[in-house]
Every structure is written in C-alpha cells, then in structure tokens.
Write a protein of this length. Structure first.
Length: 310
C-alpha cells in the first residue's frame, strides 16, 4: 500500500536523513516543503516533489500537505516557529484531510516536564496539547532521548577530545538515552509507513551511563579516557540557573546544561520499556555501535556531518 509523506523543512539535517531513509522504503512518495528548494541536495531533489514557501505561508502550506497520508515536521528554530509554525501545519492537515502529523520532537520524554523546566521543550508541550485536542488529525510523537552526535560535540561540553576526558555531573552512573540521527530517521521512516502508528513512540538506540560510555570508548579505540566529575546534580542545577540569571540573553551559555540536568536526573527517561520491537526491520544503533562506525578523531565533528551523505 503506497504512502505519501510530506516533510516540512526538508533542507534541515534530520530531514535529509529522513528523506534518504524514506527513499529506501518501498511504495513511498515524498513531498518536501522549504523556503529555498535550491538548498535541497540534488540526490534528493530529483526524487521528491518540492513546494516553496515559509512556515507562515498558509496557502503554500495547504498546497504542500494536500494529498499526503502523513506530514512530518522537521522545523528547528525559535519558539514561535516551533509552536505557531507547527499549529499552522496541523490546521492545514485538518483542512486537507491528512490523517496523521509527526511533531518535531525526537527528544527526551518532555511529557514528564512542567512548563518552564526545560524551556526549549515548552513549544513541544503546547503542540502536543494542540494535537490532543484535534479530532481530524492524529498526532505522532517519536521520542529518542538525545542525538548521540550532539553528546560528543563541543556544545555539550562532556567529551573533551584534547585531553580524552569525559566531564560529567552527578555520579557517572546516571543513564543517558541516545539515538543517532540516521537511526532516528530510520525509525521515523518505519513509523511513516505504518499507517496505524500514532501517539507516543519510544524508539531509542541505546541506554548507557557515562561510565559505560567511557568503557565502550576504551573497547572501541583502545584508549582509556579520563573521567572528571564537575559536581553533583544539585550543583549542576544551581550552576545552570545562576548562569541564566546572570545573563539570560546568552542562551547558549546555559541551555545545554539544562538539557544535561533533565536528561540524567531521571525525570524524563523513556526506558527501560521501549517500542523498538514494533519495528524489527530497524536495527537500533547503541552508543558503542556509534563509536565503532566513527573514527575517534571525527567524534567532535560527527554532528556537522549529519545529512551530508544522502
């Protein structure tokens, strides 16, 4: 049975990975939506139907979603885009008879958060409530933990390649749930092809503590990394709020600390019960699997390479 999938924001990193995964899925047709179709890689552009428009162009959005069986939002941006932009997509789906909408989630379990706790996820809470109130469109929420590539990148400040050190808060025994971009895209493609899939789906590549990730690092690369404790989880909580209070406009100085805190304090864990078994055709990629596939010197730049080889 054929499925037409619409990807809103098709020029983004995750969207490129998703389009690539969908092209390997039988009987799938792809429609893409973006501001500048020239930014879509030629390897994808020749195989998808593209509509030009921005996130608030209601007529272009209606044209884009028309004929889709499911629309996937791959927007990434400010709160207005992530909340109001998605609501316009959902409204268009309702008007055009699109039965399912995959929200721009791919994250920890934000349904366990209160508004304001992990502020970048507030729009997702609002969007889920908006979808829950719909009677024409079923919401799909794919939760993957964090993207493993980001964990090893410079913005997250955990892995220091210059000294081969993992710098952690807490005890080092807190669980990190992570999935690579490509693996998350493979799961999302499977969900798109599954016309019965709706609601929350917990699809995670691997669950491991900082100490276990360090042991995997040694197993894969033959180098024993250092472990450096930055302080307790209470220390992290105080530190991130102090930074925010001192200079609230400098969001990137503290945002990733907020992510760290809410990922490892136990509040937003997805497992151990997951939905991976619903899609046995997708092989979960664990933390160690990721390291086996990426040379050690390329770990810090792995995020930059997402969506490049599609």
């Amino acid at each position: 049975m054929s499925v037409t999938v619409g990807i809103a924001g098709i020029t983004g990193k995750f969207a490129r990975e998703l389009a690539s995964a969908l092209l390997k899925t039988p009987d799938v047709t792809i429609k893409g939506y973006c501001r500048d179709p020239s930014k879509v890689p030629q390897s994808l552009a020749s195989k998808v139907s593209l509509t030009k428009g921005d996130a608030f162009d209601t007529s272009a959005i209606r044209s884009f979603v028309s004929g889709c069986d499911v629309v996937v939002c791959c927007y990434l941006g400010d709160p207005k885009l992530m909340a109001d932009g998605q609501k316009l997509l959902i409204d268009a789906c309702a008007a055009e008879g699109v039965p399912r909408y995959v929200a721009s989630d791919w994250s920890l379990d934000y349904t366990k958060l209160e508004l304001g706790q992990l502020f970048p996820k507030d729009p997702m809470i609002h969007v889920k409530a908006y979808l829950d109130a719909q009677d024409k469109v079923k919401g799909v929420h794919i939760l993957v933990g964090m993207f493993i590539e980001v964990f090893f990148g410079p913005t997250f400040s955990i892995y220091d390649p210059s000294s081969t050190t993992f710098k952690y808060w807490g005890t080092g025994d807190e669980i990190w749930e992570g999935t690579t971009y490509r693996n998350a895209a493979e799961y999302t493609a499977a969900v798109c092809a599954d016309k019965n899939a709706s609601g929350i789906l917990k699809l995670v590549g691997g669950r491991a503590t900082t100490r276990e990730i360090a042991r995997s690092f040694e197993n894969v690369y033959g180098v024993k990394p250092k472990l450096e404790c930055q302080g307790s989880l209470d220390d992290l909580f105080r530190h991130m709020h102090e930074l925010r209070k001192k200079d609230p406009q400098n969001v990137f100085a503290y945002m990733f600390l907020f992510f760290q805190y809410y990922m490892i304090n136990g509040q937003t864990l997805l497992g151990p019960e997951l939905d991976n078994d619903k899609y046995p055709q997708v092989k979960p990629v664990s933390w160690e699997d990721f390291m086996k596939a990426v040379p050690r010197d390329q770990l810090p730049s792995a995020y930059s390479n997402v969506g490049q080889n599609v």
